[in-house]
Design a protein around this ligand. Sequence first.
Ligand SMILES: C[S@@+](CC[C@H](N)C(=O)[O-])C[C@H]1O[C@@H](n2cnc3c(N)ncnc32)[C@H](O)[C@@H]1O
Length: 436
Amino acid sequence: MKLKAKATARVVALQLLDKVLHQGQSLSQLKAQTQGLNSRERALCLELVQGALRWRWRLEFYLQQYLQKPLRNKDRDVQVLLLLAIYEITQLQTPDYASVNEAVQLTRALGKSWASALVNGVLRKCVRQQQSNSLPLPVSESARYACPDWLITAIKTDWPEHWPAILEASNQRAPVWLRVNLSQFETAAYQQQLDARGQRTQQHPIAAQALALEQPCDVTGLPGFAEGAVSVQDASAQIAAQLLAAQAGERVLDLCAAPGGKTCHLLELEPMLALVAVDIEAERMQRVQQNLTRTRTQAECVVADACNPDIWWDGVAFDRILLDAPCSGSGVIRRHPDIKSLRRDTDIAQLVGLQQQILQTAWRALKPGGELLYVTCSLLRAENQQQIAQFLAQQPDAAELVISPALGHACEHGRQLLPGEDDGDGFYFARLGKLH
Ligand SMILES: C[S@@+](CC[C@H](N)C(=O)[O-])C[C@H]1O[C@@H](n2cnc3c(N)ncnc32)[C@H](O)[C@@H]1O
């Protein structure tokens, strides 16, 4: 995309949305590109991009109603611009004239002055409909739930009773969950400290160190943040370390560990672990190291492919393994709405193959009598219970262990938390014990 304009919230939003939609880049990787903006502009920029990604299919439906013919492929930059502006008009409190004028000016900055009248006309129509409460009613499920058809079908098939609630929860904004570092504070004591500062929080019924902030804030200013007293991690994700319940002196493998949320949590619960953290991505592994340093915990970090144990395993078996498998991310769409644009239905079979290979490799490194916790942030049965069913069928020395407390929904194997339940993300857990 060629854009001749000073970097403002809308200019950077346009560039980022284009990179997600047309270059397949993830928004978390792109966020660094907002650093040149001041904090107000940065917040608006991220709001625009995340919102446009969250509602994309609804916004495309509106746009279809406004355009007499679809835009040409070479004008997809204009399409991106329109999606952002329609999101702003329909969902944000910005004065409408500002959204329309800025969009028209950006058309020129894109070198597409010919499209200014079109952009102006489309957006004025949208403003009129928004003001008179007469936006077109979504006809398809895809527009209604703002989700690609393939994913709606997959979720419907796997969750025939829950799919509308799942899709609706996946479009909500997720709260900020904190994880209190148990080696520094009891959860209730930290909550009291926040209370005394006027920062109200809610505890979670299962995740014992989790506190949800009622009002989001700059977490780096929270008491003891720099010293690792508290970290940001979704409550459902916090249940993993709690379920693994590693004991002092144990050798623990954290496979697929980056950016290290669960690694640090395991060590905050029990600092006396010999923990090896493995991830394939060197850059993400640096974040594990940073998180370990901040939370004052220690682990051996290895950058390696989990399928290649020669690099990360010295042959001494592990007492416990946390396998937080790479997955579709279908349970965390409310936090990462770009997943709906980045994933393809064909990715699922590939992911299932990779998960299977990692699971089989990890199993070899587990002690007889040891325990492996298989975790995904997916809702799809192929990645979860079917994966475990197939593993149990092929592995005579593996037995499923009970998950207590009986969280979320019982599956044929393992348990599933759905997005939005107890205000957490969608996560799947299965506990496997090695018999001999
Ligand atoms: C769900 S994320 C892990 C989140 C992490 N456990 C946490 O709590 O912060 C999955 C991770 O798997 C890693 N990964 C993907 N394929 C891998 C492979 N073949 N070997 C090792 N790590 C892999 C990715 O780099 C990614 O960091």
